[in-house]
Design a binder for this molecule. Structure first.
Ligand SMILES: *[C@@H]1O[C@H](CO)[C@@H](O)[C@H](O)[C@H]1NC(C)=O
Length: 187
């Protein structure tokens, strides 16, 4: 980039130096060359910006539950099977995701109930409840509910799925990963 700047400056200077009517430095050719070099520089600048964006902190995780569980009151669900953990911001032993930087984040959670039972869980942001899902026992068998949420977070904000009210029966099995939690930084 610096070298290119130098070349452009040198070229322009040299053209100002020899005001000839023919050759490299006719005004028309001079302009064309200048424009070419300018667009080349802009392209290189764009590429560098692209590389930098790619290098910026990105964060994404997805985890599922391997076994059914009767949750404790207010228990944070520890989705233990980690599928994705880019930047390692999700902790499977606590079930807590910590935002690595300020931004807009997307979170999803699907939970299935144990047979003929109910489960109620909420997505928390730090010490605040956000949205809930409550697949109930009204229909016979297993029921599933899903949370999809977009949140603006600060660095260090904590997101997790926590049991709420009286319904505690979450289902999953190792062969079918019915209950999961995921999230990622949109930008
Ligand atoms: C669920 O996850 C387990 C690993 O924990 C995997 O072996 C299994 O194939 C997955 N089930 C399905 C239906 O993808």
């Amino acid at each position: 980039m610096r070298a290119l700047c130098f070349i452009v400056v040198a070229l322009v200077m040299s053209c100002f130096g020899h005001k000839t009517d023919s050759g490299l430095c006719t005004p028309k050719l001079e302009n064309a060359l200048f424009e070419d070099l300018l667009s080349m520089m802009l392209k290189i600048k764009g590429t560098q910006k692209g590389t930098n964006q790619h290098d910026e902190t990105f964060s994404a995780f997805a985890a599922s539950l391997t076994v059914l569980k009767t949750l404790g009151t207010g228990e944070i669900v520890k989705f233990d099977k980690v599928w994705t953990n880019v930047n390692n911001d999700y902790n499977p032993s606590t079930g807590v995701y910590t935002a690595p930087k300020p931004g807009v984040y997307q979170f999803s959670c699907s939970v299935m109930t144990q047979y003929n039972k109910a489960v109620r869980v909420l997505l928390w942001k730090n010490d605040m409840k956000t949205v809930a899902v409550y697949p109930g026992p009204n229909n016979v068998g297993h029921n599933t509910g899903t949370i999809n949420m977009v949140l603006e977070l600060k660095k260090g904000d904590k997101e997790y799925i926590k049991q709420g009210a009286a319904e505690k029966y979450i289902y999953s099995e190792s062969a079918y990963n019915y209950s999961m939690f995921s999230g990622y930084l949109i930008r």
